[in-house]
Design a binder for this molecule. Structure first.
Ligand code: IMP
Ligand code: MG
Length: 189
């Protein structure tokens, strides 16, 4: 039993400063966000297209969509705005587009975190230009101190301070994505 627990909830390593949001708190908030989305899209006539921004959103998207009662389909997009480091360049590139056409559909972009806002700003504009019926956004996390461009965020999980966070899909150099909680990273100097 102790073994199972240590696999399910990995202890903090020396690289992690503290747990910022624990797994239960995340789950409770995801249920609240899904309830809001279910209310807002209750009258939708065709499936809502949830577009997950790879890779960071995949765990949030998986938990969120399983709490949705409104008809929906899942698609993915991949973008790159960061080089190898942790500073956004503001230069967003589309690496992989959605499989289906978004034209004439209601779209909800599912993102892990809003930092500078460049990524979501780019995606919202890009999707609106495709003749979508509506484009809304949901982010699990938001760092208000870091915004460089305004983005209309519809469903926000948590507001966090300007620290680098990992876990629940978010990474640092591709590591720590599968931690069940959100932890603050101790960035090496
Ligand atoms: P933005 O374009 O600056 O808003 O950046 C958004 C993207 O940067 C997110 O989709 C994440 O992939 C990444 N990002 C920003 N802050 C963090 C963080 O604290 N941890 C992990 N990834 C982050
Ligand atoms: Mg991301």
């Amino acid at each position: 039993m102790d073994n199972i627990r240590s696999i399910a909830i990995p202890p903090l390593t020396a690289d992690l400063e503290r747990v910022l949001i624990d797994a239960d708190t995340i789950q409770r908030r995801v249920i609240e966000l899904a309830a809001q989305i279910n209310r807002d899209y209750a009258d939708i006539e065709e499936p809502l297209i949830l577009v997950g921004v790879l890779k960071g959103s995949f765990i949030y998207l998986a938990d969120l969509c399983r709490k949705l009662t409104v008809p929906h389909v899942i698609d993915f997009i991949a973008v790159s705005s960061y080089g190898s480091g942790s500073e956004s360049t503001g230069n967003v590139r589309l690496l992989m587009d959605t499989r289906r056409s978004l034209e004439n559909h209601h779209v909800l972009i599912v993102e892990d975190i809003l930092d500078t806002g460049y990524t979501l700003d780019y995606l919202v504009r890009n999707f609106k230009a495709r003749g979508t019926k509506s484009v809304n956004t949901t982010v699990l996390l938001e760092k208000p101190d870091r915004h460089k461009v305004p983005v209309d965020l519809r469903y926000v999980g948590f507001t966090i301070p300007d620290v680098w966070v990992v876990g629940y899909g978010l990474d640092y150099g591709e590591q720590y994505r599968t931690l069940p909680y959100i932890a603050e990273m101790r960035i090496p100097n």
